[in-house]
Design a protein around this ligand. Sequence first.
Ligand code: TEU
Length: 536
Amino acid sequence: ATDLDWWRGGVIYQIYPRSFQDSTGDGIGDLAGIAARLPYVASIGVDAIWISPFFTSPMKDFGYDVSDYRDVDPMFGTLDDFDHLVTEAHRLGLRVMIDLVLSHTSNEHEWFKESRSSRTNDRADWYVWADAKPDGTPPNNWLSIFGGPAWHWDAKRLQYYMHNFLASQPDLNLHAPAVQDELLDTTRFWLEKGVDGFRLDTINFYFADKDLRDNPALAPERRNASIAPAVNPYNYQEHIYSKNQPENLDFLKRFRDLLDEYPGSAAVGEVGDAQLGMELLGQYTKDGQGVQMCYAFDFLAPERLRAERVSSVFAHMKEAAPDGWACWAFSNHDVTRHMTRWGLTDLGARMYATLICSLRGSICLFQGEELGLSEAEIAFEDLQDPYGIEFWPEFKGRDGCRTPMVWEASNVNAGFSDVRPWLPVAPEHLANAVAVQDGREGSLLNHYRRVVSMRNEMPVLRRGDQTELTATGDLLTFIRTDGTDRVFCAFNMGEAPIEVALPLGNWVPVEGIGGTEPGLAGLVLDGWDYALLRAV
Ligand code: TEU
C-alpha cells in the first residue's frame, strides 16, 4: 500500500466550519479558527479532515447553497486563510478534503440569475427548466426532500425550475456539456490549490430524467424514514426519475480522470438513498471509473445499530458492490448524534468507537463524536435549520448536532467564541469538553485516540479482508485478515454478558485499547464489551 492510497481504510474527521472555532468574534466559526485547532485534530490520529462548505453563500442551507464555488464566504475568511489552513494541515500530516456541492447552486449564483433572465441566454439550459402543465401546475409529481413540490415557479422566465432541496437551491442541469466542463474546472481550481480530495455532496442527484417522467408511488411497507423524516411525503415516492440516471456514470468517469491527473487525490461521494444505497455504491465506485469511496447511510439509521444489521449490510455489500469501497459513519451534520439516537452510555460509545475502527472500509468521525456529545435540545426560537423549521415539531431538524464544539468547560461559550454563538452551546456538553478529557487517561476522547492509532498501526485493520462475519443475538464477530495477519474482533452489542467461542488458533489481545482478554474459561464479554485478539 502506497501513500497515494491513504484514503483506503483511512479515518476522516468531519469539521462543520460554523461550529468548530470562531476566531473573529462574530459567533460563527471560520477557517482561521479551524487552522488554530488543527493540532487537536492531529492528536486524534486521523488521516484527513473534511470541511463542510465554506464557499460564498447566502447560507439558506448553511453553505450547501453555493453562490461562488471559487471563493470563501467572508464569514469564514479569505482564500489566503484557506491556503494557510492547507499549509498548516499538511505540516501536521493531515490531508484536506473539501465539500463540493455540484448538484445544485444557490439561486443567488450568477449562473442562475442569468439562466432565469430569459429562455435564450447563454446559460438558459444550465438548470432544469420546464413549462407548467396546461392547468398551471408543476410539470410532474417530483417532491423536494425539504418539503413540498420539487418545482418552483419563476415569474420572470414563466417556467418552473427543479430543486431537490430548498427552492433557493436550484438543481444544475448536468446534461448540458458546458455545466459539466465548468464543474470540472472548478474542481481543478481546488486541486491546484493543493487540496487532497473531496467529499461530493449528493452525487446521486447529479442527473434527473430528461423526459421528466413522474415518479411512481412507493408501497407503504417500503417507506424508509432514514433519509427524509417520516412526516415528509417525499417518503411516499420511489425516486427513480428525479435522480440516479445512467449518464451519471459518464460524468463520474470524467471526474475520476481529472482526479487521476493529481495522484493521491480522492473523493468520497455521498449517496443517501434509502432503497438503492448499496447498489449505487457498487456502480459509482466500479472499476476505478468513478469515485474511490461512497459515503454509506446504512449506519446513520435511527434505530440502534445491532449485530444483525452490521452483518446484513456487509452481506448485501458483498453481493451488490463486491469491489466497492464504503466510507462508514455513525454521526454527521445531518442526523441526530448517535449518543442520543441510539441512547448510548459511555460504555456503549466506547464499544461503537472500537467497532467502527475495526471495520473494513474508510470511516468518518464527526466533530464532537470523540467527546461523546449528545444531541442538543434547541428551542423553536433558536432554530436555524430550514428543514427543521418546515417540519417542526414532528421533525426537529439538524441543529441539535450542529451546536459549537466544546473546548474548555470554564471558558465563556466553551472557548468556541467570545460572543453569543449562532447556535447555543449545550450546557450539558461542558462536562465533555476537550480540556476536561484531554489529560484524563480513561476518557472517551483518549479511547478514540487509542482505537484510531490502533487502526493506523495495523495494516490488517485498514485494508485487510473481513471474513466470517457472524451475528448471534447481540454478539458480532468477524476476522480481519491480511496474509498471515489475523485479528479476531468480537463485540457485545447489548446489555447481557455473552460467552464467545474463539476460532481455532492462539490469540493474544491487541494491546492498549481496553476490552476483555480470554481467560482459562474462555472469553466472556460483559454488556457493551469487546475483544480484539491477534493470531500468534
Ligand atoms: O445531504 C443530502 C441528504 O440526503 C440530506 O437530505 C439528508 O438526508 C438530510 O439532511 C438528513 O436529515 C446533503 C448535505 O449533507 C446536507 O447538509 C444538505 O442540506 C443537502 O445535501 C443539500 O445540499
